[in-house]
Ligand binder design. Structure first.
Ligand code: 5GP
Ligand code: ZN
Length: 114
């Protein structure tokens, strides 16, 4: 999608270091980290949010979770624990309208979230 920030990052129109990439996702560090580890796992295919996925398109979500576990190992937060967050629509705090999961770790997390 031409005016989507994350599509521009995926297409290398905005230079960003990928800490992981495969045929389905890219992973990069959040520009405004909310924890010592704060990375974004982003599917290469543009979809606004998880409600935009058709019934047979949800395999990407399992894949994102698998990548999250891999990244937790890479960033050494696998043993102590981490949080995986996906905001959908404005009221939930979504600001970039291309599916992404935040992987947060390296500090104690509060509950309930803000
Ligand atoms: P959301 O609020 O939609 O759940 O998450 C969007 C995330 O993207 C925010 O945490 C924000 O800091 C991050 N972000 C926004 N613009 C950029 C950017 O240009 N580069 C990177 N690496 N992260 C960004
Ligand atoms: Zn996009």
């Amino acid at each position: 999608m031409s005016n989507c920030l994350f599509c521009k990052i995926i297409n290398n129109e905005i230079e960003t270091d990928f800490v992981y990439e495969d045929d389905k996702v890219v992973v990069f560090e959040d520009i405004n980290p909310q924890a010592p580890v704060h990375i974004l796992i982003v599917p290469k295919e543009h979809k606004e949010n998880i409600m935009a996925l058709k019934k047979d398109e949800f395999d990407i979500i399992a894949h994102i979770h698998k990548v999250a576990v891999k990244m937790a190992k890479k960033y050494d937060i696998y043993d102590e624990g981490f949080r995986l967050v996906n905001n959908n629509k404005e009221k939930a705090g979504q600001t970039v309208f291309h599916i992404h999961y935040h992987l947060l770790g390296g500090r104690v997390m509060q509950w309930p979230p803000g």
